[in-house]
Design a protein around this ligand. Structure first.
Ligand code: PEP
Length: 243
């Protein structure tokens, strides 16, 4: 639906000061050397690195975001970070409901919707992740699982300007396995029928070698990239595959 493809890098729990600064500066320099109208790059570092990434990206074409936020604006939530705090650091985006949060932190779709709503209230675009497990796909349950996650994870405040959906089959995340083009086409068509004009990203072992094919599938408005976003050259090559 969007014209410029959205290329989002999720660094997960990776990055110390030196390598984060170097990687981001490399991205900013490359992005500034050619004006890209075909893609919008977004970097989502760990919370500790947002300030460093922000300093390196200020004035560049690249935006940045958080990997999670709390559903409350502030309060007694030790270790958590609010959407307002991310906004305060210049973030434009926040990922919510990543499968690693759903799995390891037992986040439900209802919690994800509350986080997305908090993101909207703070003026951030929420990237809401959904996706099925391997055995759910094998059992023919993928469509039902994703549909249910979408219904419960998208708050009533969602608009195409403040919400992006990321379809990430869990079995494809960090495994080197990607969904087939036909599976992506079918799932994105189903998601489109449910979310209308909200942009839809694909995520799961995207790399420079498969990005062009994935980015040209109908209803793929961009990609969410984990491991490959930790290498500046690889991440740039993925973005350039939009062209
Ligand atoms: C992710 O973490 O969102 C992801 C898609 O990871 P990877 O690209 O490493 O599979």
């Amino acid at each position: 639906m969007t014209t410029a493809k959205l290329i989002v890098g999720n660094w997960k729990m990776n990055g110390l000061m030196t390598d984060s600064r170097e990687r981001t500066q490399k991205l900013a320099t490359a992005a500034n050397s050619h004006k890209a109208t075909e893609f919008q790059m977004v970097v989502c570092p760990p919370a500790t690195m947002v300030d460093i990434v922000a300093a390196a990206l200020k004035g560049s074409e690249i935006k940045w975001g958080g990997q999670d936020c709390h559903s409350q604006q502030s309060g007694a939530f030790t270790g958590d970070i609010s959407a307002e705090m991310l906004k305060d650091l210049g973030c434009s985006y926040v990922i919510v409901g990543h499968s690693e949060r759903r799995q390891h932190h037992r986040e439900t779709s209802v919690m994800v919707a509350a986080k997305a709503k908090a993101a909207h209230a703070a003026g951030l675009t929420a990237i809401i992740c959904v996706g099925e497990l391997d055995h759910e796909r094998t059992a023919g349950q993928a469509n039902r699982i994703v549909s249910e996650q979408l219904k419960a994870s998208i708050p009533d405040t969602a608009t195409p300007q403040n919400t992006v959906i990321a379809y990430e089959p869990i079995w494809a995340i960090g495994t080197g396995k990607t969904a087939s083009s036909e599976d992506i086409r079918q799932m994105h068509a189903l998601i489109r029928s449910q979310v209308g004009a909200l942009p839809i990203l694909y995520g799961g072992s995207v790399k420079a070698a498969n990005a062009a094919e994935i980015l040209h599938i109908p209803n793929v408005d961009g990609v969410l990239v984990g491991g490959a976003s930790l290498k500046a050259d690889e991440f740039l090559a993925i973005a350039q595959a939009s062209q």
